[in-house]
Ligand binder design. Structure first.
Ligand SMILES: NC(=O)c1ccc[n+]([C@@H]2O[C@H](COP(=O)([O-])OP(=O)(O)OC[C@H]3O[C@@H](n4cnc5c(N)ncnc54)[C@H](OP(=O)(O)O)[C@@H]3O)[C@@H](O)[C@H]2O)c1
Length: 296
């Protein structure tokens, strides 16, 4: 029987813990606050920002949205980030990506205070992660690790294959899986990997983060593997109410027949990403007040 790894349920469990933590912080006079910057009017980004703000509200975390037009200059955007860096009432800063053409995401990441970098993308925080002393971990990779932990998946000594090497998902996840807390042997694959199926079919734990709809088929998966699908892809489907639907990077139905455990899309990694953003925001407020991070 294949186990369905339920990110919605696990995300909810973590959010319940965070809500309690926020209540305790508020009693101490600390009101965790996330500033979200949205530039332009990309519909997907608007939905993501709305969801993040809604979750903040549900957990008692304050959120302030800064909506900027697509014509905003790099200097204006960085000026806002610098203002938020200086504002003691703001603990976390998130700039929703992708930015409109002409704006440099790396420069924005580098401008965010390393103490308020709740997306964990600043090179300083990536460096802390790479040296085994993480402060803020990128939300999706951290969410994947929490999913494995909550699902009781043994990682020690297992061969983990990560498909994708982006700074947002694949690379930080490969670091986390190789750290002593997980003790996996890790292989990272990318678009130039040769004989991909031969590599992926050796994986005890296979993570797909490539942004290619239903790319991972059953031939690429070892029987009994744990399969984590990070991908979120919208595909046309005339039979769906909106004429389209979301699928992952894994051909779910056929791979589920072969895997020991698998995450669905939606309802797998997605809800974990938002839960970990909330955890990073709370930890940012704790850090800025000289407190140890909450343990999840
Ligand atoms: N669930 C969530 O909360 C969440 C969060 C973030 C992202 N996502 C989703 O996760 C997916 C990946 O996101 P991302 O930001 O990491 O994407 P990305 O920046 O586009 O990186 C994709 C990575 O996949 C590799 N790749 C592409 N095609 C490949 C192929 N055919 N075979 C092997 N490797 C291939 C690329 O290789 P090269 O380096 O060689 O180009 C790259 O390293 C997307 O679907 C995204 O929507 C989901």
């Amino acid at each position: 029987m294949t186990t369905l790894i339920n990110g919605k349920e696990t995300g909810q469990t973590i959010q319940t813990q965070i809500k309690k933590e926020v209540e305790d912080l508020v009693k101490k006079g600390i009101a965790p606050c996330l500033a979200v910057i949205l530039v332009g009017d990309d519909p997907a980004s608007q939905v993501y920002v709305r969801n993040k703000k809604r979750t903040c509200g549900e957990l008692g975390i304050l959120s302030v949205e800064h909506k900027l037009s697509a014509q905003t200059s790099q200097d204006e955007l960085e000026g806002l980030v610098k203002k938020l860096n200086e504002d003691p009432s703001v603990h976390g800063i998130l700039c929703q990506f992708p930015l409109p053409k002409g704006l440099d995401e790396d420069r924005v990441i580098h401008t965010i205070s390393t103490d308020k970098d709740v997306d964990g993308l600043h090179p300083f925080n990536v460096g802390l992660l790479a040296t085994g002393k993480p402060r803020f971990i990128s939300c999706t990779p951290w969410g994947v690790m929490q999913l494995l932990k909550h699902a009781g998946i043994q990682t020690e000594g297992k061969h983990a294959v990560v498909l994708g090497r982006s700074n947002l998902v694949g690379r930080p996840l490969s670091i986390l899986l190789s750290e002593k807390a997980a003790n996996c042997t890790v292989t990272v694959c990318h678009s130039r990997t040769q004989n991909l199926a031969a590599v992926t079919s050796q994986a005890d734990i296979l993570v797909a983060a490539i942004g290619r709809p239903e790319y991972v088929t059953k031939e690429m998966v070892k029987p009994g593997a744990v399969v984590i699908d990070v991908g979120i892809n919208r595909i046309d489907d005339a039979s769906a109410p909106k004429g389209s639907r979301l699928v992952g990077d894994v051909a779910f139905e056929e791979v589920a027949e072969k895997a020991e455990a698998i995450t669905p899309v939606p309802g797998g990694v997605g809800p974990m990403t938002i839960a970990m953003l909330m955890a990073n925001t709370v930890n940012a407020s704790r850090f800025q007040n000289g407190l140890e991070p909450m343990q999840i």
